[in-house]
Design a protein around this ligand. Structure first.
Ligand code: 5GP
Ligand code: ZN
Length: 140
């Protein structure tokens, strides 16, 4: 963390301000998309709002919508250049979910085959049970 004009800037704020170099694949006045420094597949991209929010739960909804639009632009471009078989679009919230940089970002990850460096496994054999009380609270 580096202090600038009394504010603490996170690493992605510094990337958004072009104070740290990155491989930029998309930019407008509100959003930036750049290649992940440690890509799990070819084309692994991070899409961020330039404004700092810790995670998607407190990010302005219109920005999340714009991020989705950018992901669609990049999907088209990457399909033409990299020819993947699929994509994941995901955002981790809090350390328990794997978040390591606390400036909201969406990972756009082109997928090539099942052994391509990312494991997203839903183990339904270990599925959990709800109590009646939990279901009453969860469902409207
Ligand atoms: P998280 O674990 O928070 O969901 O994802 C953070 C991602 O940011 C990681 O995939 C990591 O490789 C990437 N990352 C961290 N620091 C930098 C950086 O300085 N530049 C770039 N391009 N990516 C970064
Ligand atoms: Zn930030």
């Amino acid at each position: 963390m580096i202090k600038k004009r009394g504010t603490v800037m996170c690493v992605f704020c510094k990337i958004a301000n072009h104070e740290i170099p990155s491989k930029i694949v998309y930019e407008d006045d509100k959003l930036l998309a750049f290649l992940d420094i440690n890509p799990v597949t070819k084309g692994h991209t991070l899409i961020i709002p330039k404004k700092h929010f810790d995670s998607f739960s407190d990010c302005d909804s219109d920005l999340v919508k714009d991020i989705h639009e950018v992901s669609k632009i990049l999907v088209k471009r990457y399909q033409a250049i990299l020819n993947p078989n699929g994509f994941n679009l995901l955002s981790n919230m809090n350390a328990a979910a794997g978040q390591s940089v606390f400036h909201v970002h969406f990972h756009l990850i082109p997928r090539y085959d099942e052994n391509d460096g990312i494991v997203l496994l839903f183990n339904h054999d270990e599925s959990v049970q709800y109590s009646k009380g939990e279901l009453t609270q969860l469902c409207q």
